[in-house]
Ligand binder design. Structure first.
Ligand code: ARG
Length: 507
């Protein structure tokens, strides 16, 4: 009896040592990968000029919009001019409009220049520069609509850009529950598809959108008059003074007016000739969506980002998940590693109990809030940490499903706990959970489509940019869906091959 107990104790001690060495090895591997990624993300920012980051949502012509893969517009021209006059440079970050105030408030970016309306609510969160342009919220409706002015909006379907001043105004004064879209262009395509009765939007992008889609008009009575200014983190007076001084000077010497006048004049996207047949129209749309201005590049470049994030996050998820699974099952099997097990369980509860998009935003805005870190890295960390929780439970279920007799058999052959785990239990466990793991990777790959929330241009966001430029919802969405589908089919195929190989080896 005493002998067995003593044996069990050395067994436990060994188990613990093995798990700890696995823990240390995996952690150091992860640290090395992270460091490499961080270094590679810092490299492209070497420049002697002081650089400020600027948040904008770049589907807002003529203030900020894509031309090819470059962001241009009034705000960009003004920034460039300010940069030239002060020997500084501005780095643009395209992000979701409802994130940009948070981004500047938390110091994630230095400035917002995004056709941003000065409002009392926003003044409580950020400081505004002097205003550089006037604007108004206007109503866009289909031609022949019975809606004639703001008073007719109370009981109809109204679309707005989520988080915009138009959104706030409509919600507070016109109809309490407008439909909120990530940008004005998407609201317009929803209206063109018959899903909305009216869209409330800033006048300048409204004019652009109306010129770019058929059968829409802008009502003459505006909803509200506004002023645009840039926004900074409260107390950032140095940058504030610099911008204000430059804006004053640019107003005095006419540069400001010239920039705005030029961009307003160009503010009409060219229309395509309407083809006669349905097929002809489809081919035209295809040309405009993917060929013209090399728009296919948004998808190709987005695809690379998606694959990069998904693969690295999957690797991280596997390593970390494996580690957690080993700690958890060692605790279950031997009663040791109690503290580590507690942490792991806490981790699983938190990660599995909150939506991944919230985790992504917390990691980006809170945890790495004041660090200038590559967004791809942030996404990898977020998805890797998230996936690890699911992988851990999948692998643990695999370990637990292996007959207890296997461990005893290995042990009675004189193998240590670690060796039995490594060469007897884990291979069997892995084979059992392969389908579930494959499923997890498929989910992970598709889940990365929320990267757009932190302004990463992944595949989905690439499609969004095309939609915002061409006002065609159908083909870009279909194409994005087809690309994801092909990747998943390819992945399933590879996994099936792996499964077959493992089965063959068994015989
Ligand atoms: N002027 C509106 C606001 O401040 C809308 C601005 C939207 N800007 C943009 N770049 N998408 O709320």
């Amino acid at each position: 009896m005493y002998g067995i107990l003593a044996h069990m104790n050395t067994w436990r001690a060994k188990a613990e040592a093995v798990s700890q060495s696995i823990l240390i090895r995996s952690l150091s591997l992860l640290i090395v990968i992270m460091a490499a990624l961080m270094l590679s993300s810092c490299r492209d920012e070497e420049s002697s000029m002081p650089t400020y980051t600027v948040a904008m949502e770049a589907t807002f012509p003529p203030y900020e919009f894509y031309q090819g893969t470059e962001i241009v517009g009034i705000d960009v021209d003004i920034l460039n001019e300010i940069g030239r006059r002060n020997n500084v440079q501005f780095k643009l970050e395209d992000m979701a409009f409802d994130s940009i105030i948070t981004a500047v408030q938390t110091g994630k970016v230095d400035l917002v220049a995004s056709g941003l309306t000065v409002t009392e609510d926003r003044k409580r969160q950020v400081d505004f520069t002097r205003s550089y342009s006037g604007a108004r919220q206007v109503i866009i409706v289909p031609e022949g609509s019975p809606i004639k002015g703001p008073e007719d909006l109370a009981n109809v379907r109204v679309g707005v850009q989520h988080g915009s001043s138009g959104d706030t105004h409509v919600t507070e004064h016109i109809c309490s529950n407008p439909e909120r879209f990530t940008n004005g262009a998407l609201a317009i395509s929803a209206m063109s598809a018959g899903k909305l009765d009216a869209v409330v939007l800033d006048n300048a992008p409204a004019e652009n959108h109306v010129a770019g889609s058929r059968g829409l008009i802008i009502l003459p009575t505006p909803v509200v008059e506004e002023k645009y200014a840039m926004a900074l983190q409260k107390g950032n007076t140095e940058l504030l003074n610099m911008i204000n001084a430059s804006l004053d000077a640019m107003e005095a010497d006419g540069t400001l007016a010239a920039i705005i006048e030029k961009r307003m004049r160009e503010n009409t996207p060219e229309m395509n000739q309407e083809a006669d047949t349905a097929f002809g129209r489809l081919m035209d749309d295809f040309h405009v969506d993917f060929v013209k201005n090399e728009r296919w590049r948004y998808l190709a470049e987005g695809l690379l980002v998606t694959v990069e994030i998904a693969l690295t996050a999957a690797a991280m998820g596997i390593m970390l998940g494996f580690l957690i699974a080993v700690v958890r099952s060692t605790a279950d099997l031997t009663g040791r590693l109690k503290v580590a097990d507690m942490f792991c369980r806490l981790y699983l509860t938190v990660v599995r109990g909150t939506p991944v998009v919230v985790q992504l935003l917390i990691i980006y805005f809170v945890i790495f809030g004041s660090v200038d870190i590559s967004k791809v890295l942030v996404a990898i960390v977020a998805f890797g940490l998230n996936s690890a929780a699911y992988v851990a439970e999948i692998i643990r279920s695999g370990i637990m499903s292996v007959d207890r007799g296997q461990m005893e058999a290995g042990r009675s052959l004189g193998l240590g706990y670690g060796t039995t785990m490594r060469s007897v239990i884990l291979p069997q466990a892995f084979k059992n959970v392969l389908p579930a793991l494959g499923n997890e990777f498929i989910v992970l790959l598709k889940e990365t489509s929320i990267c757009g929330y932190i302004a990463l241009q992944d595949l989905t966001k690439g499609g969004d940019i095309i939609r915002s430029q061409t006002y065609d919802a159908f083909l870009p969405l279909l194409m994005v869906a087809l690309i994801y589908l092909s990747m998943v089919i390819l992945l399933s195929h590879l996994l099936k091959k792996l499964e077959l190989r493992l089965k063959k080896n068994e015989r």
